[in-house]
Write a protein of this length. Sequence first.
Length: 115
Amino acid sequence: QVQVVESGGGLVQPGGSLRLSCAASGSISSVNTMAWYRQTPGKQRELVASITSAGTTNLPESTKGRFTFSRDYAKNTVYLQMNNLKPEDTAVYYCNYRAGIWGYWGQGTQVTVSS
């Protein structure tokens, strides 16, 4: 079993920054992927960024250049630094830990970009 805990959401003005953190604990596999997704009402959850245990990252074009994704392997923690935030970045952000066929989600953290 793996526990996934997110933190760092909140309200920010357009152009501002936020840093999200996600820590995984429990039965951590040496081969895994940690990722951030986001979801708005009525839409499917979409990938924001992912990183494997080997260090391979994936950031969609919509977030490249504004979002930075990093990982502390010793702490099994990933960080999402979000800069130049836009109103369309408003969503619930979810962290996901995946190893093999097993996937675990955090409870989600709300990010609201509004003036």
